[in-house]
Design a protein around this ligand. Structure first.
Ligand SMILES: Nc1ncnc2c1ncn2[C@@H]1O[C@H](COP(=O)(O)OP(=O)(O)OP(=O)(O)O)[C@@H](O)[C@H]1O
Ligand SMILES: [Mg+2]
Length: 265
């Protein structure tokens, strides 16, 4: 089961990614959670302590690794030849850290865009690494990412089982889904599914369902707005550890069951 989780900033991607990862791990699946968001807070949400989470260098910023793998340090890359096809099968074992419930976390970082030539080694490394994780590794993969899909080339994206877009009942998050759909189409992501989050009233749910129906995106989960999620955040504890019975956690459990039934990992 290889799932990417995308959506507008602040909609709840990291909450969904972390909770889903923990639940799948509790059900006995080997889970590799990948933080591909530049905000890098998946580790913290999974329950790795704040200091430890902050001490992890994302692979994209690990210049030594980029040099080791591609033969060229980022600062020398401009105009130099570099290995576009580095060997990456040792990276997960070397760099993934353990999170509660035996979830493995890989802080990948994000591809820097904007045509900065000096980033091409790091970009090549992440691209090949993603391909490796999608095609050669057996774990369930849960990837917390930004709205952009710049990591995924065609061919790589096709190996993903689904991209979940998290949306709030707000027009701006619907616009983001539109953008994601265009990108998904370009890189040939086959399945895009919507998860409505922070749903408070029947009117909110109706909005989510109506807008997604217009875009042809199936809504597979509705997660309520849940004060317990905010309480857990203030306590600095993953929601699932703070109160497993929280309605939002229960909704993610249903989502997990749906994904397990559909993809039979
Ligand atoms: N169902 C919910 N009920 C109440 N609060 C929620 C819910 N889901 C998420 N939140 C809160 O919304 C905020 C954003 O959540 P989260 O960090 O998971 O979003 P994100 O999409 O990963 O954001 P970013 O784009 O900044 O990475 C957090 O403060 C979180 O506690
Ligand atoms: Mg996030």
């Amino acid at each position: 089961m290889k799932i990417a989780i995308a959506g507008k900033g602040g909609v709840g991607k990291t909450f969904v990614s972390a909770t889903l990862s923990r639940l799948l791990a509790r059900d006995g699946y080997e889970v590799l959670a990948v933080d591909a968001d530049p905000n890098l807070n998946l580790g913290y949400s999974l329950g790795i302590g704040y200091d430890e989470a902050n001490s992890i260098t994302p692979l994209s910023d690990n210049n030594e690794l980029v040099k080791e793998k591609t033969g060229v340090a980022p600062e020398e890359a401009l105009g130099n030849m570099f290995n576009m096809n580095p060997r990456v099968n040792d990276i997960v074992d070397r760099f993934a850290v353990n999170a509660p419930d035996d979830v493995k976390l890989l802080v990948m970082g994000t591809v820097k865009g904007g045509g900065s030539g000096c980033m091409c080694g790091a970009n090549a490394l992440l691209r090949v690494l993603l391909q490796h994780m999608l095609i050669q590794r057996g774990e369930v993969l849960i990837m917390d990412m930004v709205a952009g899909l710049e990591h995924l080339g065609r061919g790589t994206a096709r190996r993903m089982d689904a991209m979940l877009v998290v949306i709030e009942p707000r027009m701006k998050s619907v616009d983001t889904v539109r953008r994601i759909l265009r990108m998904a189409d370009e890189i040939e992501v086959e399945t895009v599914l919507a998860v409505g989050n922070k749903v408070l009233r029947p009117k909110d749910e109706a909005f989510v369902r109506e807008k997604m129906a217009e875009l042809g995106v199936p809504v597979i989960s509705i997660i309520p707005y849940d004060q317990i999620v905010a309480d857990a955040d203030m306590e600095g504890v993953p929601v699932i550890d703070y109160n497993e019975d929280a309605p939002a956690v229960q909704a993610v459990k249903d989502l997990e069951q749906y994904l397990v039934n559909r993809y039979k990992p």
